[in-house]
Design a protein around this ligand. Sequence first.
Ligand code: ADP
Length: 235
Amino acid sequence: MLQLRDVTHAYDGRPVLRGVTLDLAEHRIGVIGANGSGKSTLARTLNGLVVPDSGRVLVDGRDTRRHGREVRRRVGFVFADPAAQIVMPTVAEDVAIGLRGRGLDRAEIGARVDAVLRRHGLADHRDHPAHLLSGGQKQMLALASVLVTEPEVLVCDEPTTLLDLRNRRVIERTLRALPQQVVLLTHHLDALTGFDRVLVMDEGRVAFDGAPEDAIAHYTALMDAGAGAEGGPRT
Ligand code: ADP
């Protein structure tokens, strides 16, 4: 269970989260909203990558402010750009790195790495240089490297933004099939079909919280209302 209590956050004095209170218990939760509405910052508070200026974020009752390490073991995070996550030369080494410091012996680490690579279609690339993988394979590797640590929750920050439609579908299908709770930030609204709950962020607040189709309608109306008045693109 993820709980946010009156969470605020600012960058350089500019408020980005303005008092967000949520209990997130559903299996599939989507987060949508305009660029700059605070989605990423919200997502990052869920595993302690961002600690709020005020308010609290609790993961199974543990405050991210004081229990960052434990929280990050429970809440895995996948970024939009897999290059931000791939740190080791080969595919297998990259997956294995997440298992360091857990008291597992070499054989156990090897077995877990092989199992996750098989499950996610990367077994044939085990000893290949990670940087030579295709974009879709890199994102799958980033996902596998998080899943091998067996987090209870997976927070995915636009994991399909850089992918073509085919690879996007592969990642979306993979996320749907996971036993874990998933919090998915996305601009691909069709990815949210069947989700239990979708939040719409707007200027650092949760502007809507409900079923996917209602949330998408709210978001679309919000964007249409803003489009005429604003003019050019916003950051
Ligand atoms: P979203 O994910 O909805 O695009 P973000 O949470 O990434 O929104 O960003 C909200 C605002 O905060 C944006 O205006 C962004 O430029 C700014 N911002 C995000 N991260 C940082 C940072 N590390 N330092 C300064 N400003 C940031």
